[in-house]
Design a protein around this ligand. Sequence first.
Ligand SMILES: [Zn+2]
Length: 73
Amino acid sequence: MITFTCDVCKKKLDNPDVDRLFYYANHSICEPCKDNFELNVKSQIRAKEPYTTDWYEQFIGDSLDKAVQKGKI
Ligand SMILES: [Zn+2]
């Protein structure tokens, strides 16, 4: 049996549907948190000029680290 724990909301899921789990920047996050996270960062990503893949990866990693520390997105 696999138990998945979301790094942000700490919700535990037993035998989760693996297609609904997300791994970003070394963090495991559940689907609702992923949706909230994407909503949250979308406008900042769109507004970024100039946009680079390096910046994106750094930004996603930093934003997720902050969310994990706060325990919410
Ligand atoms: Zn979660």
